[in-house]
Design a binder for this molecule. Structure first.
Ligand SMILES: Nc1ncnc2c1ncn2[C@@H]1O[C@H](COP(=O)(O)OP(=O)(O)O)[C@@H](O)[C@H]1O
Ligand SMILES: [Mg+2]
Length: 222
C-alpha cells in the first residue's frame, strides 16, 4: 500500500539541524495492524506524518500503490490523502465552531462520489460506534478530552479509508472505550483489509497489533 524507501528527515531550525529519521525502510500492506513504539523524541510523529503524506522526507522516497509520490504537487497529494488515508492527530484538530456531527461530516463534504443517504448512514453509524449519539449537537468545547478523541476517530473512519494513521489514539480513553473502539477497528481490518498504523505507549493497543516497530533515535531497532 505505502512504502518508505531510505527515508530521512532533517529539521532545520536556524543553523541547527536535527536528524529525526535516518534511512527508514518501512512498508504498510493491506491488512496490517502496526504499532510504532519508542521513547519521546525517537521520531514516531515524524514517521507518521510522512506515512500520512503530510510531510516530505528530506531524503528517500515514498510510494503509494507502487507509485512515487511527488510532494510538490499539492492538489494531487490532497486528493490521494482524502481518498485513501485518514489521520487521527494527537491534538484531535477538531473545528471548534462545528458540532460533533458536523466535525464528523467534514471529510465527506468534498466526496461527490458518495451519495447523500450513504453519507448520513455512515455518520450516524460512526457516532454511534464511538458512543456519542447523545452528544451529536454539542460543540468540541462541551466535550471531555476522551469524547473529543472519539470524535476524531469517527471523523477518520467515515471515509472508509484504506489506511488509518493515528498518533497516540487511545491516550485519553478509558480501558472499556479503548477496547470497544479497537475491536471495531480490528473487525474492519479483518473484513476490509483496512490498514492501521498507530504510535503508542499503550500495551492494550499493542496487543491488537500484528506488527510492532521499535524506533530509537530515528532508526528502526526491530
Ligand atoms: N517541526 C520540528 N522542528 C524541529 N524539530 C522537530 C520538529 N518536529 C520534531 N522535531 C524533533 O525531531 C525529533 C523527533 O520528534 P518526533 O517525531 O515528534 O518524536 P516522537 O513523536 O517519537 O516524540 C525530536 O528531537 C523533536 O524535537
Ligand atoms: Mg509524537
Amino acid at each position: 500500500m505505502i512504502e518508505l524507501k531510505q527515508v530521512s528527515k532533517i529539521y532545520q531550525t536556524g543553523k541547527v539541524e536535527l536528524h529525526a529519521l535516518h534511512g527508514i525502510n518501512f512498508k504498510v500492506s493491506s491488512g496490517d495492524f502496526a504499532v510504532i513504539r519508542g521513547p519521546s523524541g525517537s521520531g514516531k510523529s515524524t514517521l507518521l506524518n510522512i506515512l500520512g503524506l503530510l510531510d516530505e522526507p528530506t531524503e528517500g522516497e515514498v510510494e503509494l500503490f507502487e507509485k512515487k509520490i511527488s510532494f510538490k504537487d499539492f492538489d494531487a497529494l490532497a486528493v490521494l490523502r482524502s481518498r485513501a488515508i485518514s489521520f487521527v492527530f494527537q491534538s484531535f484538530n477538531l473545528n471548534p465552531v462545528l458540532t460533533l456531527e458536523e466535525n464528523v461530516m467534514v471529510p465527506l463534504m468534498i466526496r461527490k462520489d458518495i451519495e447523500k443517504t450513504e453519507k448520513e448512514t455512515r455518520i450516524t453509524e460512526w457516532i454511534d460506534k464511538v458512543g456519542l449519539s447523545k452528544h451529536r449537537n454539542h460543540l468540541p468545547d462541551e466535550l471531555s478530552g476522551g469524547q473529543r478523541q472519539r470524535v476524531a476517530i469517527a471523523r477518520a473512519m467515515v471515509t472508509n479509508p484504506q489506511l488509518v494513521i493515528a498518533d497516540e489514539p487511545t491516550a485519553n480513553l478509558d480501558s472499556v472505550t479503548t477496547k470497544s473502539i479497537l475491536e471495531t477497528m480490528r473487525e474492519l481490518n479483518r473484513e476490509k483489509g483496512t490498514a492501521f498504523v498507530f504510535a503508542t505507549h499503550d500495551p492494550v493497543l499493542e496487543a491488537f497489533a500484528n506488527r510492532t516497530v521499535h524506533l530509537h533515535d530515528g532508526r528502526i531497532e526491530s
